[in-house]
Design a protein around this ligand. Structure first.
Ligand SMILES: *Cc1c(COP(=O)(O)O)cnc(C)c1O
Length: 498
C-alpha cells in the first residue's frame, strides 16, 4: 500500500448525460390520464408555449443513478481526506449537525409560515445570535447575510449609514496588503475607494502605517486578525485607537476567528463590525458542498442599521420579527440560509464555551506542529518559526530547480491530498497557505508533512516529474489558461444551440 492516502485505483469515466440519452428511454412510469385532456393554447398565453420539445436527456433510473454516483466519486471533500486549503478552514463537519438540520420542524418549515407557527425557528436564531455575540464581544448580530463576503458588505453598509447619520459618509477605506480580495470588493460595492496600507517587514500592521493614512476622509479600516500570514496582529489595540480617534470604524474580517475563540474577542480589542463565516468556523460543509452563512456582528452605534426583519423576544416570552426604522433593509430573501444556522447552533451547543476554546488551541497547535515538521526544509517567510492557525510557506527555496508552487500543488494531488491555497496572500510570492484545522490527527499532519518533504526532494532530483504531475488522477495536467478561458462545457447536444 502507498504510504499516502492517494493511490491509483479503479475509477469510472463518465460521458455527459446528454450523450447517454436514448430516445424514448424513461426513468418512471406514469399512470394513464384520468382527467379530460386540455389544449395548452386554451389555458396559456402563446409566449409561454413551447414551439419545440425541451432538450432533456432520456435515461432509465439506474443510468441516472450511476451517472451521478460516478460523478460524485470524482469529487474531493473533507470526508475523503486532508484538505488544508488555507483561509477556508476546511474542518471536518460532525454528522450530528446534519441530523438536527434535517429535523422536519426545521427542514420542512416554509419561509412564509406565520410568525406564531415559527416560534422555535425564531428562538433558535436568537440563541445563535446570542452565542455569536458572546464569542465575539459584539453588541448585536444579524444572521441574514448568505456568505462571508456578503457579511462584509452588510457591515460596511451599516458603517456608511452610521457615518451618513453623523453628517458625512466619508470616501476611503484602508486595507492592509495582506487582505483577502473580498475586502476591496466590498469597499468598491459600497461606493468607497480602497487605500492600501503596507504591512511591516515582519508581516504585521503597525499603528504608524495606519496613522499616516488615517484622516477625516477615511470611513474605516478593514483588517483580518489573525492576518492571512497566520500572525496575530500584536498592535491591534493601538491601531484601533488610531482609527477611532479620527472618527473611523474598524471592520474585522472574521474569517480567521477559528484561531482565537475563547482567547480574544474582536469586540474587546477594538473591532466595531465583523462577519462570521459559519461555514468555516462553525463547521458546516462549504466549497462545492453546501451554502454558506455570513452573519455580521456590530457595536452599539451600528446596531440600529442592521438588516431586518430581526428576531426579537416579546415581554410575554414569545418571539417576533421587527425591522428597525433606520435599518439598511433586507440583504437576503427571507432570513438567510437557515439550515446552516441550525448546523452552526448544533456545533456551538455540542462544544460549549470550553470546547470552542479547545478548538482554537488545537487549530493553532496543529498548524505549529506542521510548521515544525516542514519549517527546516520549506521557506516560511514570516513568524520566526511560530504561527497561529495556518502556515504560509513559499516556493522560494526551490527556485534553482524550476519547480513552482503550482507543481507542488499537483504533486500533492498525486499523493492524495487537496492542495493548500496557492499564490495567496499576495505579499508572499509563490505562497502555499496550509491550514490543517483542529480536526486532523497527528498522523494525518505527519503524512502531509512527509509528502511536502518528499516533494522538496523530488524537485531537486527529478523536477520534470513534478512539472508533469498529477499522473495518478483521471485527468492529468491541464493547460490551465485554456481550460479557464475556452472551457469545453458541452458535447453533441448542447452544440446545436450555439
Ligand atoms: C473566506 C474568506 C472571506 C470570504 O468569505 P466567503 O464566505 O467565501 O464569502 C473573506 N476573508 C477571508 C480572510 C476569508 O478567508
Amino acid at each position: 500500500m502507498s504510504k499516502y492516502p492517494g493511490v491509483p485505483s479503479i475509477g469510472f469515466n463518465e460521458a455527459l448525460i446528454f450523450d447517454s440519452s436514448r430516445e424514448g428511454r424513461m426513468g418512471c412510469s406514469l399512470p394513464g390520464l384520468d382527467v379530460p385532456e386540455v389544449d395548452t393554447a386554451d389555458v396559456l398565453p402563446d409566449a409561454l408555449i413551447r414551439t419545440r420539445d425541451a432538450e432533456l436527456p432520456e435515461l432509465s433510473e439506474p443510468e441516472v443513478t450511476r451517472h451521478f454516483t460516478r460523478l460524485s466519486t470524482w469529487n474531493f471533500s473533507v470526508d475523503h481526506g486532508f484538505y488544508p486549503l488555507g483561509s477556508c478552514t476546511m474542518k471536518y463537519n460532525p454528522k450530528v449537525n446534519e441530523l438536527t438540520a434535517r429535523l422536519p420542524g426545521f427542514s420542512m418549515l416554509h419561509p412564509y409560515t406565520p410568525v406564531h407557527l415559527s416560534q422555535g425557528a425564531i428562538e433558535l436564531m436568537m440563541a445563535l445570535e446570542e452565542a455569536l455575540r458572546e464569542v465575539s464581544g459584539m453588541a448585536a448580530v444579524s444572521l441574514q447575510p448568505a456568505a462571508g463576503a456578503h457579511g462584509e458588505l452588510t457591515a460596511m453598509m451599516a458603517v456608511r449609514a452610521a457615518l451618513t447619520k453623523r453628517g458625512n459618509p466619508r470616501k476611503k477605506v484602508l486595507i492592509p496588503d495582506t487582505a483577502h480580495g473580498t475586502n476591496p470588493a466590498t469597499v468598491t460595492l459600497n461606493g468607497y475607494v480602497t487605500e492600501p496600507v503596507a504591512s511591516s517587514e515582519d508581516g504585521y500592521l503597525t499603528a504608524d502605517a495606519v496613522r499616516e493614512k488615517m484622516n477625516d476622509d477615511v470611513a474605516a479600516l478593514m483588517l483580518t486578525n489573525p492576518n492571512t500570514l497566520g500572525l496575530f496582529e500584536k498592535n491591534i489595540k493601538e491601531i484601533c485607537d488610531v482609527v477611532h480617534s479620527r472618527g473611523g470604524f474598524v471592520f474585522g474580517d472574521g474569517a480567521n476567528l477559528n484561531a482565537i475563540m475563547g482567547k480574544a474577542r474582536p469586540g474587546d480589542f477594538g473591532v466595531d463590525a465583523m462577519q462570521f463565516n459559519l461555514h468555516k468556523t462553525f463547521s458546516t460543509p462549504h466549497g462545492g458542498g453546501g451554502p454558506g452563512s455570513g452573519p455580521v456582528g456590530v457595536c452599539a452605534e451600528l446596531a440600529p442599521f442592521l438588516p431586518g426583519p430581526r428576531p426579537v423576544r416579546n415581554a410575554d416570552g414569545t418571539f417576533d420579527l421587527v425591522t428597525l426604522p433606520e435599518s439598511i433593509g433586507r440583504v437576503r430573501s427571507f432570513f438567510g440560509n437557515f439550515g446552516v444556522m441550525v448546523k452552526a447552533y448544533t456545533y456551538l451547543r455540542e462544544l460549549g464555551a470550553a470546547g470552542l476554546e479547545k478548538v482554537s488551541e488545537m487549530a493553532v497547535l496543529n498548524a505549529n506542529y506542521l510548521l515544525s515538521l516542514i519549517g527546516d526544509t520549506w521557506h516560511v517567510p514570516y513568524g520566526n518559526g511560530r504561527c497561529m492557525h495556518e502556515v504560509v510557506a513559499s516556493d522560494k527555496h526551490l527556485a534553482h530547480t524550476g519547480v513552482t508552487t503550482l507543481d507542488v500543488a499537483k504533486g500533492l494531488v498525486d499523493r492524495g491530498f487537496h492542495p493548500p491555497t496557492v499564490y495567496f496572500p499576495l505579499v508572499v510570492k509563490g505562497a502555499l497557505m496550509c491550514e490543517p484545522t483542529e480536526t486532523e490527527s497527528k498522523d494525518t499532519i505527519e503524512e502531509f508533512a512527509a509528502a511536502m518533504l518528499e516533494i522538496a526532494d523530488q524537485a531537486t532530483i527529478d523536477p520534470d516529474a513534478l512539472h508533469r504531475a498529477p499522473v495518478n488522477t483521471r485527468i492529468t495536467r491541464l493547460d490551465e489558461a485554456t481550460a479557464a478561458r475556452k472551457p469545453i462545457l458541452t458535447a453533441s447536444m448542447g452544440e446545436k444551440d450555439e
